[in-house]
Design a protein around this ligand. Structure first.
Ligand code: PLP
Length: 439
């Protein structure tokens, strides 16, 4: 009997004993193709020799040095590499150990920024429904996934939510994308005015929504309009790229495709690539300056921030991600994945939408394609798909829907950037078989 409080109690999980490239092998000798990179984490696959070597070298040097006493060359190099990748305006890095921690740190940075510049009345966070920003209290409050929030609501700090940009369900049939983007921007502006524009500190959003919607990107100009509204009222724009960042959507950061520069960006999963737990907040010069010229510190900190082995692993991950052939493969294999899914599932009466960018694709499952009616939540279609996929030797990342009574079940695919054409085809075939068996 396991002594671990697993995510779901009472299910027997296979035990992973080895990983190589896009495959994981369990203790029974079964091999699974990792079609989702776990949860969009393993961007370079498993057991990448260069990353493993970089960690070994660092372990032989020093494993841990508390950041109130020391910095390390690996952490400094990682910061340099990341800043070289960001557009001008995002000039500093704060390291943490994962995605939720990154969101918490970004929220606190936003708050402290306004205290430092003499606007302590700014305290409201506005985010979007059907979003996920992590499971710690502040991050959970910011997210708009009602299922995850429900029982914790009484202890969550107050936050405010507006509509996500979810064209498949929410764009009106006769509406242009421009009109839809404007409608959503006006909704945000109304919310800001309702709260009092000088009391709002930040708007938080995932550029491409991952865990809650399943790879839903914005319509053109949505984020341009959002940036304008934030600028108009002096509100910080925090973009959460924990899942969609680090090359996953075909550019190093998903926000690059929106032609805007946010004030704060959170990254995590693909930064450590699953080799080490690490996350970061990228911040603008103006926020850094406010701290540096003000109190002289960011009033935050965790024991493991800037962990040298995590930094060494991420340093190598980022160095590899910067090789042009890697992101080029994300774009090429992403197109192949979309085309394969369209061909295999586009005609299915239970597949409402197939979407995404790069190697970040989502399949939305519906009971009725014409009305977009989701399956009854009690049928747990997503859980059945996951079980069937594992039987087929495929790891995919399905999530339950019916949030706000309308979101369908969906499956997220996010294979490693080193995936090969035949492996993409295998992912498609196995997912199609799993969906067929589950419904
Ligand atoms: N933000 C986004 C967009 C995420 O997808 C996640 C995790 O799925 C998080 C934050 C939380 O990250 P972590 O699970 O590393 O705490």
């Amino acid at each position: 009997m396991t002594k671990i409080l697993h995510r779901t109690i009472g299910t027997t999980l296979p035990s992973a004993v080895a990983g190589e490239g896009v495959h994981i092998t369990d203790s029974e000798g079964r091999t699974y193709i990792d079609g989702s990179g776990g949860a969009a984490v393993s961007c370079l696959g498993h057991n990448h020799p260069e990353v493993v070597d970089a960690m070994k070298v660092q372990m032989g040097r020093i494993a841990y040095a508390h950041t109130s006493f020391f910095t390390t060359d690996v952490a400094e190099e990682l910061a340099e590499q990341l800043i070289a990748l960001t557009p001008s305006g995002l000039d500093y890095v704060y390291f943490v150990s994962g995605g939720s921690e990154a969101v918490e740190a970004a929220l606190k940075m936003a708050r402290q920024y306004f205290v430092e510049i003499g606007q302590p009345q700014r305290r409201h966070i506005v985010a979007r429904r059907q979003s996920y920003h992590g499971n710690t209290i502040g991050a959970l409050a910011t997210g708009g996934n009602e299922w995850r929030r429900a029982q914790f609501k009484p202890i969550l700090p107050e936050t405010h939510h507006v509509s996500p940009c979810y064209a498949y369900r929410d764009m009106w049939p006769d509406e242009t994308t421009e009109a839809y983007a404007n409608r959503l921007a006006e909704e945000l502006e109304d919310q800001i005015l309702k709260l009092g524009s000088d009391t709002v500190m930040a708007f938080v959003a995932e550029p491409v929504v991952g865990a809650t919607l399943g790879a839903v990107g914005p319509v053109a100009d949505y984020f341009k309009r959002i940036r304008q509204i934030c600028d108009k009222y002096g509100i910080l724009l925090i973009l959460d790229e924990v899942m969609c960042g680090m090359g996953r959507t075909g550019t190093m950061f998903a926000f690059e495709q929106e032609h805007i520069v946010p004030d704060l960006v959170t990254i995590a999963k693909g930064l450590g690539g699953g080799f080490q737990p690490i996350g970061a907040v990228l911040l603008s010069e103006k926020i850094y300056r406010a701290f540096a010229d003000g109190s002289g510190l960011f009033q935050h900190g965790h024991t493991y921030i800037g962990h040298p082995i995590a930094a060494a692993a991420a340093n190598k991950v980022v160095e590899i991600l910067r090789r042009p052939e890697i992101i080029a493969n994300v774009v090429k294999m992403g197109d192949r994945l979309q085309a394969g899914l369209d061909a295999a599932l586009g005609q299915s009466p239970y597949v409402g939408d197939i979407r995404g960018r790069g190697l970040f694709r989502g399949v939305e499952i519906v009971a009725d394609k014409d009305t977009k009616q989701p399956f009854d939540a009690a049928r747990k279609i997503h859980a059945k798909i996951k079980k069937e996929a594992m039987e087929q030797g495929l790891m995919c990342y399905p999530m339950g829907g019916t949030i706000d009574g309308k979101l369908g079940d969906h499956v997220l695919l996010a294979p490693a950037f080193i995936v090969e054409p035949e492996q993409i085809d295998m992912i498609v075939d196995r997912l199609a078989a799993a969906i067929k068996a589950a419904i």
